[in-house]
Design a protein around this ligand. Sequence first.
Ligand code: AHG
Ligand code: MN
Ligand code: MN
Length: 324
Amino acid sequence: MTDLTQWLQQQAVTPALQQLILALAEAGKDIAALIAQGGLQGVTEKSSTINVQGETQMQVDIQSHALAMDHITESQVVAGVVSEEAEQAIWLATADAPYLVCMDPLDGSSNLAINGVVGSIFSILPAQAMQEDTAFLQPGAQQIAAAYVMYGPATLLVLTVGRGSHVFTLDPALRKFQLTAADLSIAPDTSEFAINASNQRYWQPAVQRYVAECVAGLAGPRGRDFNMRWCASMVMDVHRILSRGGVFLYPRDHKQPAKAGRLRLLYEANPMSLLVTQAGGASITGETDVLALVPTHIHQRVPVMLGAKQEIDLIAHYHQQSQA
Ligand code: AHG
Ligand code: MN
Ligand code: MN
């Protein structure tokens, strides 16, 4: 077995990047231990605070943020952090350090109330000369690495350093992440899609068309039956796609016209898009590649459609047609 430390040593990555990834992995272990406490430690309780997204935070969102910040700070290789749980960018004392981190310390935390699967999402960018928000506004294609930690029946770290996407499984006895699946590959086509269908009336025509054709099944234009899954936990939905294929759609809708989409570019769409494209998949907003977007705001939301390459190409084609 190859553990994460050994694997990183075999990669052409700097010692500083190795240190940072190991720090994020340690944060993942701590957060896994925290949420495993469940109702014993109030993990399922809501707090009375509202985060920058206008959503009610859970204590555990705030605690996960604090645990991740501790490990990131200790690593000494990070200049600044953007977190879903902090309105402002956080600048660390190690101002000359080489990396920036964008993170969703606990994604899908509302699932904890039903003992459902949640995760942490991390994106690593190169630091810039300036210590202001604009330093983080780099296209996702510039990410040096991206990862999520999935707190499911097993705790997994799924990682890319720009050469494939790989799965490490936490051995709880050894407290080590062991490589269990290398070079994930998403099949180009699929018969499985994931979307929150309760928003259907708000979708744009291209998404209406794609989903209607899937639902029409064997008798419809696709000529085959499709299956639908929705976990309301992006980490779990993306992990399914990386494991057995499919597409995930959180499209723009006009439910809340002020919001371009539900998911956040810097710490949800970008890292997941890098992991998916490194496994041969694709990721678009509808019109453009997610990874090509130049962010305008650290907490910017975007539409995201990712997964099987041929299906995403078809969805992109439907968007082009509906614009023409
Ligand atoms: P968060 O818990 O950070 O607010 O994000 C949850 C996200 C994502 O994990 C999931 O795909 C989506 O929200 C679920 O949205 P719906 O509530 O519309 O199902
Ligand atoms: Mn989230
Ligand atoms: Mn979150």
